[in-house]
Structures are given as C-alpha cells and as structure tokens.
Write a protein that binds this ligand. Sequence first.
Ligand code: HEM
Length: 407
Amino acid sequence: MPTNVSTIRKGRRVSTIASDEFDHWTRTDFRQINTDLEEIYFAQEDRAAVIGVGEDLKSKLVSVGEAHVEALLAEGDTHQPFDTAFNTLGNLGLFMAALRRHELTNPDKETESPFKRCSALCLRIASSLGVAPRFVSPHLSANNYAVNGVQKAFTNLPDETIFHDYNLYSILYYKRAAEALVHIPELGVSASATALMLKEAKYALEQVALYNKTLFDKLDVDRFFYSVRPYFKSHRVGKINFRGANAGDFAGINQIDLLLGLCSGDDLFYGNILAEKMQYMRPEDQRDVQRTLRIQPLMEGFVESADKYADTAWFQENCKLFLEVCTAHGRTAAQHQNMLVEKYIKRPAVNMESQHLKQITASGPPLDELMNTLTHLRDLRIAAPRDDIDTAHAKIETLKAALAGKT
Ligand code: HEM
C-alpha cells in the first residue's frame, strides 16, 4: 500500500484506497512518463512539436490514468474531509493538465473534453468543495504536501522543481505580508503596533523580492518555456474551458493590493481580476478577499490624517513605513513583469514557430493582451503616473509631501 499524504497527516485512514493509489501514481510513474516525453520533445529540432510524438508513452499515460479514475468513481462519494478531496481533485487536475500538455486534448479543437469520466469526477468533487474543477496553483504550492522531502510535480526535471520551490517561497512571504497588514485596520494607522506590522510586511515583501530574483537567476529559459510552462495551459473540463493555474491563485497578494490601497475593488479592471480569480482560490482564501473588500485601505487612513497630524511622531514613523511597504510591494510586481514574464515568456515567444504561438499563456488570451493586463496590474502596484488609468500616484505624492512638511 503506498504511503499517502492524508494517511500520514491525520495518523488515521481518512482517504480511500483508490485515492491513495492515485496519489502514489501521480508522485511516481505519472511523473516518469511526463519526464520521458519531455526529454523526447526537448531533443527535437522543433521542441514545441508534440502531436504524434511518443505515442506509446502517451497511451500508457491515458490508460493507467483512466483506470485510476474508474477506481475512484467505483468507490463513489466517501465523505472525505476537505483536504483529502482537494488533494484528489489536484491529482485529477494534474492528469488532465498533462493530457492537455501532450495534445491529447485541445480546447480549440473540441467543444467538450474527450475525457468524460474524469471530467465528471472533477466536476463533482469541485462543486462539493466550491472551487474550479481543475488543479489550481495551491495544489503545487502551499498545499503541496511533501512525502520524504519531495513535493508533487509534473516531471522529475530539476527546472520544474526550481520553478515550484521559488514560486512557493514567494507565495509564503506574500501571505506573511498580508497576515501582518490585516491587523492594522483594527488598530488604526496611528497605533504604535501598526509600525511593528508595517515592518513585518516590509520584511516579508523583501523576502519575496529575494526569491523572485533567485528564481530569475536559477531557472533555465528553454527548459521552463518548453518543458514546464506547457502544463499550465487552459483545458476543458466537460464543456467549459478553464484557464491554467498561475502562481497568483491565493488571496495574499490581493489582500496586500487592497489593504495598502494601491488597487481598489471599485476599479472595473481590478474588480474583473478578482471576480475571475475567485474559483481558482481555496474557499478560505475566497473569504479572505471578501473580508478585505469591506475594509478601508490604509492609504485612505494616512491621506485623511495628513493635514492634521503630518508633524506628529506617529505619522512621521508610520506613514514613512507605509510608503516603504508600498515601494516594496511595487518592486515585487515590477520584478514579476520586467524580469520573470519578460525573460521566460515574452522573449522566448519571439523565437517560437508561428504554428505553436497560439495559447502560449495560461489564461488563453493572445500574448499582447496578457501583457497589457499584467502591465496594467504592475502600474497599479507601483502607483505609476499614468493619465489613462487610475493609480494611487497622486495619493502617494500627497503623503510624501506631508512627510517632508510641504502640505
Ligand atoms: C518564471 C517565473 C514566472 C513567470 C514566467 C510568470 C508568468 C506569469 C504569467 C504569464 C501570468 C499571467 C497568467 C496567464 O494568464 O497566463 C502570471 C500571473 C501571476 N503570477 Fe506569475 N510568473 C512567474 C513567477 C511568479 C512568482 C514567483 C510569483 C509570486 C507569487 C507570481 C505571481 C503571479 C501572480 C500574483 C499572478 C496573477 C496576476 C497578478 O495578480 O499579478 N508569478 N505569471
């Protein structure tokens, strides 16, 4: 019997035999098949040519995966705890994403997933949990339980491990920054403890910047572009086409945006981002974003205080720290766009053969459209001076002037 995540975690059997065996497969043979296929693709002159290549391995992937799906369906709904069901959904999602990566399904060529039994199971589990019926980034990051030091992944390629590891480190520190900031609205911008929490958030965001930079230095461009990124494409589950996971599918980054006041739920652009993202987050993250949308941003608190309190000690200390946190958050957003997306998506796409260019992004829109969205997000987070969109630039300038005694 394979040792499985849920058996170890709870110290008692809360998973089923079929979900244990499926989990074991995703950690072992599934990874090996994907790795073998990646090595074949990567050795070709056109590394993006996938159709008709490695057919034996692909049929093994389909037949073994589908046998696991049948075993899970045969066991039926066993009233599993949330974490066990979420884990099984993640495993089914990894399987479906691999089928998409190997062009065994393609949402542009179909109106419904050919993997009907697997789709049905994903839809049933996802509906019971209140999440999207596919793997989402928490399955490979903050909810990716390590067995004997190894977390789940699609392949055994070292670059995939690098990608997941540094994504996870950044995510954990974004969460830590959000957890610090979330205390402040209850304390008020003038509390002495607010300074502590701002320092904590600043430190955490500096750690995000450190891990983003390390990822930038360590990850091989070609391996990421040709062998890792393709597992993050959109695919159909049943009839609906679901976008691929991205490292942003957690509440923390949006809590920081909203709490600082760099982004607003009333802004149509940002509101769309949040609404779209909801089902890709775990339910507790969905609730965190909802709660944050009902809180007054710290930016407003400082701007309202600027006239009256600019020369007080608390304003000088807390507002200075607040602006440093805004700068630290903006820096991570600029790194994401100007370093990571530029180096690992935009530049390699230039050299890609035109027939493969379609769908190179996780969410499906053309690359230019995606770049515009990510640039817009970056500019909100860095409070860029832009005439065409509403950013927090003017408010930041007001606070800087208040600190300098120029109001
Ligand atoms: C090689 C590294 C990375 C690349 C190439 C990359 C690329 C991308 C792309 C292309 C998107 C848009 C998704 C789509 O619709 O296709 C995206 C979204 C996102 N990524 Fe990354 N990413 C990388 C690493 C990271 C890391 C380390 C983080 C930190 C947690 C991160 C956080 C986000 C967030 C939060 C979003 C959602 C949009 C937003 O709120 O900014 N990414 N990424």
